[in-house]
Write a new protein. Structure first.
Lengths: 297, 296, 254
């Protein structure tokens, strides 16, 4: 049981930050930004680059997150804001295209090979009888810290209150003296930072390669949609659901269900679990688990 | 060299059919299909599965049709309560699920290795003449699709498509059956996509899951956006332009002595850059949609 | 179309007042002009109502004064300072304009207290606390529900909340877009009473758009009647109710 829970927590950490970023961005800029998946790839590559210049890992990661946040704001001003005038679907296609350009840039500059961050090899720690490596703990700590900080920002600070107010009612926000455009930029910056941080979390406990973002895309969308797009805290819950489903699909023996001794879902199908949940969610709960109304058309 | 030109022309024509199909959905009806390649895959695997079960090409075509009708109806059903962007994500996921199945059901689909050795449709003794005949057939299929879609969009049905795109709520208020409309569009668009896949399988003689990557869908998207959303001629010209550019990439790589990553990167730049560039700077595409082309 | 009655004259005098618009022309997007040169003046401490049939541009006029619509020509002056090109959120902060929109006028997912505090976020902390205490005292019904979500309030309470949110910043000018829309008759009386109360208490300048002409005129000093984007009548509120032309404008018989 404990190893399953550890797997679920680790996988939740992988998905949740990018899902929160997607949902937070959507709360103010109403289109699903596919380029976020590439922010989660570019982030660890930049951190790796800065670290290779001799920066300590924390500083490298921080600088990478800020750089990605700025890229996100810049892209939003120059590309997505303009495309959004033609509709959310067009903006989504544009974000996908922007993602391809990131992949192309990484392909040419970093190449297709996988890398990993240099950590001194240490014996794994013992957590309730199960081995957990230091980098894995670090990744979970990064996610937890990010969630706590984000929640504190949203619910305890003035800018957080302005973000929630602007997401609820942008016109009224302006009538209340809130600079809605500035708030949008702050949240886009944050979504870039969170996505980059999510990518860095994945990279420190495994490896980084240019396909990270692509592999992340459907699980992240599934998590964000389950939590209700536009509800960042819901996205964490969505990530937990997806991670649980994936982990259980990988470890449970379904044999007794059909009267056989053993039946395991083939490993290759496990990634499809989140796709399937996504399709089911879209069929039955397109606005997330927490909303009852179904929007038609 | 002429054989290479024939190859490029055949592939371009096959993609033009896919682009016409996507354009009918996205350009006319506003259905943002990110799983277009799955419709194509129904055609390729129809041909391949018929071959591996020692059935003739006719059975392969029939199998492809059955598969594509099922997928198209599933897509249409998903569209019932989803906005355009959500539907795009849903179709993308279904495409990925189908690709996962194709990769993993090794006993049926040959897994990642795919199914090879599918015979050419026209065995004339010389491979070149066989390919020429196939190209003629592809061209005829393309022209037939183009003609049929033009008639479709100039009819009253075409008007209801645009109403579905522009004012779905209004269309529903006018008494249009949106579910039925979506179903009919998806079926109409699915047929040429599957036909393109079927011909592709017999042309390349090999079918595999790598042909069904989501990125292939976005190649088709680039063709439609470059050509002009909502314009049949645009879709065809977009397909030709993008395929010709793709064909030039390896030459550019050799001419400048660039590393092999360059080919993959350049393809991504062409697709991504083409999409963003046209959406930002020329959203109407090379051949803009004609307003009011309905004859009643 | 009749010439504007009160403003017709050989040489238009320069307008004076807390809120002044001169030759205001405005519209949306690429669309046609909705306002065709509006001259309006509201004196300090006055309650003025803008009336007119649907589509006459009264709501557009209020939004242009609030900064939500950028005029194509003309000027908006608040307290004699030109604010024509000042964005809406800066008009609230720097020119002391309070704006209460017609519908969707609360932050539904935020608590009642958060709604009110958002209106005061640019005040210094000590001032903010003081103002919040005053507002809570003035609106005990809101104070009782300060930790509830705004979406749980009734229509009348939402209107009061929106007014409280605007008042906490202590604006010099209060713009109200159809404050009685969608309210029960009882709630309507309460909201109109509250508007008078605010003016008497603070001397605030109040400009509102209303459909409910009789009740709005009962509490107003003066009124403008718009028709087809122009000022058709400008008159003392007490006299306007007896003006036969008013009914004509509403019935489209002018």
């Amino acid at each position: 049981m404990i190893p399953i829970i550890i797997d679920i927590v680790l996988r939740t950490g992988d998905i949740a930050l990018a899902a929160v970023a997607l949902s937070a961005g959507y709360s103010l800029v109403k289109f699903p930004n596919i380029a976020l998946m590439q922010y989660a790839t570019v982030g660890p590559f930049l951190a790796y680059l800065f670290a290779s210049w001799g920066a300590p890992l924390v500083a490298a990661a921080l600088a990478a997150c800020i750089a990605v946040g700025l890229i996100a704001v810049l892209l939003n001003i120059t590309v997505f804001d303009r495309l959004l005038k033609s509709g959310s679907a067009i903006a989504m296609i544009g974000s996908l295209a922007a993602g391809m350009l990131f992949t192309a840039a990484l392909l040419v500059t970093a190449g297709p090979d996988s890398r990993h961050f240099d950590f001194p090899v240490e014996a794994p720690l013992n957590v309730f009888g199960s081995p957990v490596t230091g980098p894995q703990l670090l990744a979970v700590a990064i996610s937890l810290a990010a969630f706590v900080l984000l929640a504190a920002l949203l619910f305890l600070t003035d800018i957080g209150r302005c973000m929630r107010a602007t997401a609820t009612n942008p016109d009224l926000a302006r009538a209340t003296g809130i600079d809605a455009r500035l708030v949008v930029r702050v949240i886009i910056f944050l979504s870039g930072v969170l996505a980059a941080l999510g990518g860095i979390g994945i990279a420190v406990k495994g490896e980084l390669n240019i396909l990270m973002g692509q592999d992340l895309m459907l699980p992240v969308f599934a998590a964000a949609i389950l939590g209700g797009l536009g509800n960042p805290m819901g996205a964490i819950f969505g990530a937990l659901v997806i991670a649980t489903a994936e982990t259980l699909a990988a470890t449970l023996n379904f044999g007794p269900l059909i009267g056989k001794a053993f039946l395991f879902i083939p490993a290759n199908y496990i990634t499809a679990a989140s796709f399937l949940i996504l399709v089911l969610a879209l069929l039955f709960r397109p606005h997330g688990l927490f909303v009852n109304e179904v929007k038609r058309v | 060299m002429s054989e290479f030109a024939l190859h490029v022309a055949t592939i371009a024509a096959l993609y033009a059919m896919l682009a016409l199909s996507l354009n009918l959905q996205a350009g006319f009806a506003g259905l943002i299909n990110f799983g277009q390649i799955a419709l194509f895959g129904c055609g390729t695997y129809g041909a391949a599965l018929a071959f591996s079960h020692a059935l003739g090409p006719l059975a392969g075509f029939a199998l492809g049709l059955v598969l594509v009708v099922l997928v198209a109806l599933l897509f249409a059903r998903l569209g019932r309560n989803l906005g355009a962007d959500y539907w795009g994500i849903a179709t993308l996921s279904i495409g990925e699920i189908l690709r996962t199945i194709a990769t993993n059901e090794i006993d049926i689909t040959g897994g990642a290795q795919g199914i090879g050795g599918i015979p050419a449709l026209f065995d004339t003794g010389s491979p070149l003449s066989g390919r020429l005949i196939l190209f003629a057939v592809v061209l005829a299929a393309l022209i037939a699709t183009w003609f049929a879609f033009r008639r479709l969009t100039q009819s009253k049905f075409g008007l209801s498509l645009r109403l579905l795109r522009e004012e779905p709520q209004l269309a529903a208020a006018f008494g249009y059956d949106l579910d039925g409309l979506r179903r009919r569009i998806m079926l109409a668009a699915a047929l040429p996509a599957a036909l393109s896949g079927f011909l592709f399988a017999h042309y390349l003689t090999f079918v595999g899951p790598d042909q069904l990557f989501a990125s292939e869908t976005f190649v088709i998207w680039t063709m439609v956006v470059v050509g002009g959303l909502g314009s049949h001629a645009g879709a065809v010209i977009g397909a030709i332009v993008v395929q010709c550019l793709f064909a030039l990439v390896p030459f550019a790589k050799d001419a400048f002595g660039l590393p092999s990553e360059f080919v993959a990167a350049m393809r991504l730049v062409l697709i991504g850059g083409g999409l963003i560039g046209f959406l930002l700077l020329r959203p109407q595409g090379l051949i803009p949609e004609r307003i009011g082309g309905v004859r009643g | 179309m009749n010439a504007p009655l009160a403003l017709a004259g050989p040489a238009p005098r320069p307008l004076e007042g807390m809120i002044v618009t001169q030759g205001l022309r405005a519209g949306y997007g690429d669309g046609p002009d909705i306002l065709h040169g509006i001259d309006l003046a509201v004196a300090s401490g006055e309650i003025v109502t803008i009336l007119g049939p649907n589509g006459c541009g009264k709501s557009t006029l209020l939004k242009t004064i609030g900064g939500f619509v950028v005029p194509r020509a003309g000027q908006v002056l608040i307290d004699a300072r030109d604010t024509t090109s000042v964005p809406a959120h800066l008009r609230v902060r720097e020119h002391h304009v309070g704006f209460v929109p017609q519908t969707d006028n609360v932050f539904a997912t935020l608590s009642v207290a958060e709604n009110i505090l958002l209106g005061a976020r640019f005040l210094v902390a000590s001032q903010r606390r003081e103002r919040l205490a005053q507002i809570m005292k003035a609106y005990p019904s809101l104070a009782a529900k300060k930790d509830r979500r705004a979406s749980a309030l009734s229509g009348g309470e939402r209107q009061l909340l929106s007014i409280a949110r605007a008042l906490i910043a202590d604006p010099a000018v209060l713009l109200l877009d159809e404050p009685s829309a969608g309210l029960s008759p009882l709630m309507m009386d309460e909201v109109f009473d509250e508007i008078v109360c605010i003016r008497d208490r603070t001397g605030m300048t109040i400009l509102m758009v209303e459909q409910n002409a009789a009740q709005a005129l009962a509490i107003s000093d003066r009124a403008y009647v718009l028709a087809l984007g122009r000022v058709a009548i400008e008159q003392r509120a007490s006299e306007l109710l007896n003006n036969p032309e008013l009914a004509g404008l509403y019935l489209g018989a002018h």
